[in-house]
Design a protein. Sequence first.
Length: 88
Amino acid sequence: MTEEKKQLFHDLMTLDKVVFVPKYAAKLKKYVKSVYLILLMFLALFAFVGLVNLLMAKISVALIQFVFVFVGFMVVRMFCEFLMTYEK
């Protein structure tokens, strides 16, 4: 392995240096609304699966899925807000 690849893997495994933001945030900023809607559709699908599990008497599985949907929504929202406010 070259020294550059070793450094990249080290940077990916630690939070000492920003790796992906400079590469992708500026490119994704103009598509933030589309990214938000696509990710919300996935979350809606997971919420629907949770509702189906709730109706099929799998209450504990449904509650866990609803918690994951809530946490996923928070992460998606924070990610899209970050993209909207990112300045190069």
